[in-house]
Design a protein around this ligand. Structure first.
Ligand SMILES: [Zn+2]
Length: 90
């Protein structure tokens, strides 16, 4: 293996790593930020006391689906006329 082969190999490796980091930043970073900034995830992990105050509260897809399902269930119960034990009818 000559010096030229090593130079070509390392330049290809550097190019591939650069492309991979660009792909990761473009596609995965917003999803990771969304997940890491979800206040409900922090609360479910009992880490709410360390949730940074400067972060705006966002919600991940999993907790968004769960909260929407809970509110739909509450709405359906309200329309059906039954009440949850702690719920006060306005
Ligand atoms: Zn979450």
């Amino acid at each position: 293996m000559t010096i030229l082969d090593l130079a070509i190999w390392f330049s290809l490796l550097g190019l591939l790593l650069t492309l991979y980091l660009m792909w990761f930043t473009w596609y995965c970073w917003p999803a990771l930020l969304h997940k890491s900034h979800c206040a409900w995830c922090w609360q479910s992990l009992h880490l709410m006391q360390w949730y940074p105050r400067r972060w705006s509260s966002t919600i991940c897809k999993r907790h968004d689906r769960r909260l929407r399902a809970q509110s739909a269930e509450r709405r359906a119960r309200r329309l059906a006329g039954t009440q949850l034990p702690g719920e006060v009818r306005a």
